[in-house]
Write a protein that binds this ligand. Structure first.
Ligand SMILES: *Cc1c(COP(=O)(O)O)cnc(C)c1O
Length: 413
């Protein structure tokens, strides 16, 4: 037993203070500790109710404790959990087939997170370029204010210097260019570039939609130079933007697409999708992971994809999005000193703070949380809404009511 902790610490009630005593301080979680959840409803230790408009950072798209997912997971847990990659399994074969049927892709690789999916994508792009063109073709181009994960490679590819400070030396051969800037892309993407990685809509960077003309230009430049185009759809994927993947709305197909977050609704899973021609460069032994595509994760992923990839389901996502945008536009019109114009796609929505409230997004979400509404931020200046895709009209009305109650207090404070 750790003598520095009170004896019995594992059995006595735990509080928010326990976090500061036992966890590595990488996070600053809210004061309240959620203990139970269903759909978009969350209850804390004191039994207080919250309406969840975060879905665990665009993860729990089918809501908390979704009965269909609970049933699928329970059934699989009573069948087979894990086999290792010396054996394949039925759920992973079905999930790969479902994703291939639904997208440009012909092959899938599974892992456990978004960072790992991007790590696989970038390694594959390097291997492809190395084999096909030679070792000089290795540079990776990504965008400023992008986010691609927290492994040393992916965080270095990400365009937010605050996340790499202190971790030097960083992997070499990376370049960052301004997002949505076609001229900068033309200048940076030369013959020595192996891959260009981009979010079709930047999530962590402030909910900034990619311009379709920009993404089309990236496609052209990649075709001209032999670089692979990687779309990081870890946040935008699996129905979040109103189509299964956001690229479908952009008129551009990537060579590699990464998916995670909502794919498991909270059960860890990541996927890298690509073509047969590119996939063959990851031959036996070239890459791997212990858990990737195990039967539990794959069962959940399959149930999620089958549920979300239905025309009526996606149509409802777009309808709900329209209702929330209408509410936010009205809110911003009523409080122009506090909020700018809402932006985003589907149910990935950013509400920027106006000039007089720069840096105060977190203060606003805290005011909402006090009233029982959970929201996210995307950087210090942007409030982010990412409710479960199954959000009801009543819940949309309730979130609007709570945000209005919060802003009335907040703007006067
Ligand atoms: C969340 C996120 C990641 C990282 O995913 P993890 O599962 O946290 O590793 C990568 N890219 C984007 C666009 C993300 O939003």
């Amino acid at each position: 037993m750790n003598a520095k902790l009170d004896s019995g610490v594992t059995t006595r009630p735990v509080t928010r203070q326990t976090f500061d005593e036992v966890l590595v301080p990488t996070y600053a979680p809210a004061e309240m500790i959620p203990v139970r959840a269903s759909g978009l409803d969350v209850w804390d230790q004191q039994g207080k109710h919250y309406l969840d408009f975060t879905s665990g950072i665009a993860v729990s798209s089918l809501g908390h404790a979704n009965p269909k997912l609970v049933a699928a997971l329970t059934e699989q847990a009573n069948t087979v959990w894990h086999l290792g990659n010396g054996y394949t399994n039925e759920p992973v074969l079905r999930l790969a087939s479902a994703l291939i049927d639904a997208t440009f892709a012909e092959r899938a690789f599974f892992c456990n997170s978004g960072a790992e999916a991007n790590e696989a994508a970038l390694k594959l792009a390097r291997k492809y370029a190395h084999t096909k063109f030679g070792p000089h073709k290795s540079r990776i181009v990504s965008c400023l204010s992008s986010f691609h994960g927290r492994t040393l490679f992916t965080v270095s590819v990400g365009g937010q210097p605050k996340y790499t400070e202190g971790f030097e030396p960083l992997p070499p051969g990376l370049n960052h260019i301004p997002y949505n800037d076609i001229e900068a892309a033309r200048a940076a993407i030369t013959d020595d570039v192996a891959a260009v990685i981009v979010e079709p809509i930047q999530g962590e960077g402030g909910v900034i939609p990619g311009n379709p003309d920009y993404l089309k230009a990236l496609r052209e430049i990649c075709d001209q130079t032999g670089a692979l185009l990687v779309f990081d759809e870890v946040q935008s994927g699996v129905g979040r933007t109103g189509t299964l993947y956001a690229y479908e709305q952009m008129g551009v197909q990537p060579d590699i697409l990464t998916s995670a977050k909502a794919l498991g609704n909270g059960y860890p899973i990541g996927a890298m999708l690509t073509t047969t021609e590119i996939a063959q460069h990851f031959n036996v032994g070239a890459h791997g992971t212990t858990y990737g595509g195990n039967p539990l994760a794959a069962t959940i992923g399959l149930t999620v994809v089958e549920t979300i990839n239905q025309p009526a389901f996606l149509e409802r996502v777009r309808e709900a999005s329209g209702k929330i945008f209408a509410n936010l536009n009205k809110l911003a019109a009523d409080y122009p000193q506090v909020f700018g114009q809402a932006r985003g796609m589907g149910l990935l929505i950013g509400l920027p703070m106006a000039d007089g409230f720069k840096g105060r997004a977190k203060d606003f979400t805290k005011a909402c949380e006090k009233l029982g509404l959970m929201l996210l931020i995307a950087g210090p200046d942007v409030v982010r809404l990412a409710p479960a895709l199954v959000v009801s009209d009543e819940q949309i009305v309730e979130a609007d009511r709570l945000m209005r109650a919060a802003v009335a207090q907040f703007a006067n404070a």
